[in-house]
Design a protein around this ligand. Sequence first.
Ligand SMILES: [Zn+2]
Length: 128
Amino acid sequence: MSNDAERGFEINCPACGRETLLKRDPVYEGFRRVGERLSCLGCGHVFADEAEAPFIQRVAPRVFDGKDVPRAPQVFAANEAGRTCRHCAHYVVNPFVQRCALKGGEVEATDSCRRFKVRPEKKQPDPF
Ligand SMILES: [Zn+2]
């Protein structure tokens, strides 16, 4: 079982001056495998050993960078985020219903409305 992939097999051959592949041929002595003959697949230049083979060190390209990181979805535009009913002075919430004191109707915390009025910084009592 060969592990060429781990050792790398791309070389920059000094003989033919090309980026080519290292060819590994098993060397046998009788029926016994005694080693490998390393040569350039392009021109056949033989390397004495792995240390002599001019492997190309490839740095894995970074396919993704920070720009590709998905952003957290923004439901509201920045200037709209603070203008939902839950931040409005007219928003009244109790355990059963959320409603608008101005319109009188039921609202959702995430609703937005034209008559939005910033609620003064006052901690709302916990409805529960
Ligand atoms: Zn070569």
